[in-house]
Write a protein that binds this ligand. Structure first.
Ligand code: 4NP
Length: 146
């Protein structure tokens, strides 16, 4: 799960998918990262933490880290939140196989629409919307990939 800062959207995406993995006892690994290192080492944004906790999802153990080239080797799917994240990750791809792993996460729910998960960092009202979008997308992802 990849966004810009790895403190707002992708930590929630990781937490939601981990929660689903635990409940369905799937043998999957999920992690998250940012295309920037602006917040490396930081906890998730407190608004993401509180939105998760409202739904029983605790993301307080997470720490922001930048996306790394070897994430292309570690993971089968690299899910980005918006078009800017997509371009930043694609730019790091070494070959077509790397590029093929990168997908806008909302395309699991609405294939081909390239719908973006809006960056909620600069407002106070976007976090609930982000949570609901990610919940729907991860549910669709699980149905498709399991
Ligand atoms: P995120 O949100 O990419 O969902 O983690 C942001 C967090 C921090 C910044 C931008 C977006 N920032 O500019 O510091």
């Amino acid at each position: 799960m990849v966004c810009l800062g790895n403190i707002c959207r992708s930590p929630l995406a990781e937490g939601i998918l981990q929660h689903q993995i635990d409940h369905q006892t799937l043998d999957w690994e999920v992690d998250s990262a940012g295309t920037s290192a602006f917040h490396a080492g930081d906890l998730p944004d407190e608004r993401s933490i509180s939105t998760g906790l409202k739904y029983g999802i605790d993301i307080r153990h997470q720490r922001s880290r930048p996306f790394r080239i070897n994430d292309f080797d570690r993971f089968d799917h690299i899910l980005v939140m918006d078009a800017s994240n997509y371009q930043n990750v694609i730019r790091l791809a070494r070959n077509q196989a790397d590029k093929d792993k990168v997908e806008m996460i909302m395309n699991y729910l609405t294939p081909g629409y390239n719908q973006q998960v809006p960056d909620p960092y600069y407002g106070d009202h976007g976090f609930e919307n982000v949570y609901q979008m990610l919940l729907e997308a991860t549910n669709a992802l699980i149905e498709k990939l399991k």
